[in-house]
Design a binder for this molecule. Structure first.
Ligand SMILES: [Mn+2]
Length: 336
C-alpha cells in the first residue's frame, strides 16, 4: 500500500516540485496531521470567496471519504453562486473536536467565529505570506496562487480519490483566485493542477461561466449606472467611478456586486490610477487599482487606509467633492 510519503512525492512530481524536500516534508507532516483528526470543523473566512469555500468543501469531502465526520463553518452566509460547491454535503451531527482553517490569513478574518475558534485551531492551510493564525501545524505557501493548490496536494497525499465534486470545488477555487488564470500569481503549478482536475471531470467551462462571466441583472444595472459617472483627471491618467447609495437601491445590487466594478477604471488604456468611490452610511469607501507608476497602498495610506501596491482602499468621512479632490491631488503628486 502506498504511503503518505509516496503519494506526496507523486503529487509533487506532477507539480514540478519533486526535488523540494522541505516542501515535501511539510506536505507529509500536514497530511498526516489531517489524517489523525476526526469530528472536524473546517472554517472558511468571513465574506467568503471561491477559494476559501472551494477548499473547505473539497477538504470536507476528502475527510468524509476517509471515514471521518466533518462540516464546514463560516461567519457569513454563502453567496448563492457558490452554493453548488456544497452539493451533496449534508451537515453531519457530532461534537466538534478538531478545527482547520483554510485560506484564512488572520484571526479577525474568521469574523464573528473568531472568539469561538481562535485558540483551538489544529491545522492552518493558507497562501497568504503574512499569515498570523496560531496552530500547531501550519502549511502556508505564498507561492500558491490559491489555497486550492495546497489542498489538492494534501488530498492527493492523504490518498483521497479526487472525484468530480472535489475536482469542481478545487477548480472553482483556482479559477476565482486567479481571475480565470489571468493574474500574475498564476504559475505552471496552477495550470498543472488544473489539468489534473480536468482529468478528474472538473466542469471547467460551466464553472468559469458561472463564477467569472455570469452577472445578475442587478449587477449589470449597477454597472450601467456607475459607468455613466466615469470621469478623467490628471491628463487622463486617473479615472474615477462613483457608486451612490441611490444606485445600489435602484439596481437592487448587493455590496459584493461592487467588487468587479472597482477594476473597471484601471482597465482603461492610459489610466495608471483607477478610483472607485462608493457611498456608505458613514462616508465614502474608496478602492484604488493602480499600475507600477503609482503605489495604491501609499496613496490610501495617506488617508488611513492600506492594502497592496496594485490594489488598496481607504475611507473618507467627508463630502463627495472634498474626498475626490483630496484623492486626485494626492494621486497627481504621487504619479510625478
Ligand atoms: Mn485564496
Amino acid at each position: 500500500m502506498a504511503s503518505v510519503k509516496k503519494r506526496a512525492k507523486t503529487a509533487l512530481q506532477i507539480c514540478g516540485k519533486a526535488n523540494d524536500k522541505i516542501y515535501r516534508d511539510s506536505l507529509v507532516k500536514t497530511a498526516k496531521a489531517l489524517m489523525k483528526l476526526d469530528n472536524v470543523e473546517i472554517i472558511s473566512h468571513r465574506a467568503p470567496d471561491g477559494d476559501t469555500l472551494g477548499c473547505s468543501s473539497a477538504l470536507c469531502r476528502g475527510l468524509r471519504f476517509l471515514g471521518k465526520k466533518a462540516n464546514v463553518v463560516c461567519a457569513d452566509a454563502i453567496p448563492d453562486k457558490y452554493a453548488f460547491l456544497f452539493d451533496g454535503i449534508e451537515p453531519q451531527h457530532f461534537e466538534a473536536q478538531h478545527f482547520v482553517t483554510v485560506d484564512i490569513a488572520a484571526p479577525h478574518l474568521m469574523g464573528k467565529l473568531k472568539e469561538t475558534y481562535e485558540n483551538k485551531i489544529d491545522v492552518c492551510i493558507d497562501h497568504h505570506i503574512d499569515n498570523s493564525i496560531s496552530a500547531p501545524v501550519k502549511m502556508v505557501d505564498q507561492h500558491a496562487a490559491a489555497t486550492a493548490e495546497i489542498i489538492w496536494q494534501l488530498l492527493s497525499a492523504m490518498g483521497v480519490v479526487i472525484d468530480q465534486a472535489i475536482a469542481n470545488d478545487l477548480f472553482a477555487a483556482l479559477s476565482t483566485d486567479t481571475g480565470c488564470f489571468k493574474y500574475s500569481n498564476v504559475t505552471a503549478q496552477t495550470h498543472l493542477i488544473a489539468i489534473e482536475l480536468m482529468k478528474c471531470g472538473a466542469e471547467c467551462a460551466k464553472i468559469n461561466y458561472k463564477l467569472i462571466d455570469e452577472e445578475t441583472k442587478a449587477k449589470m444595472e449597477l454597472k450601467k449606472q456607475s459607468l455613466a459617472t466615469l470621469e478623467y483627471f490628471c491628463d487622463n491618467r486617473c479615472a474615477v467611478i462613483t457608486i451612490t447609495k441611490a444606485m445600489m437601491e435602484a439596481s437592487g445590487a448587493l455590496p459584493e456586486d461592487t467588487d468587479g466594478i472597482s477594476n473597471i477604471p484601471r482597465s482603461i488604456s492610459g489610466v495608471d490610477c483607477g478610483i472607485t468611490m462608493r457611498e456608505t452610511d458613514d462616508g465614502w469607501k474608496i478602492s484604488v487599482r493602480s499600475d507600477e507608476k503609482l503605489n495604491a497602498a501609499t496613496l490610501c495610506g495617506r488617508f488611513g487606509g492600506g492594502g497592496h501596491a496594485a490594489a488598496a482602499g481607504c475611507k473618507f468621512n467627508a463630502s463627495y467633492e472634498d474626498a475626490k479632490t483630496q484623492l486626485i491631488e494626492a494621486a497627481k503628486e504621487l504619479m510625478q
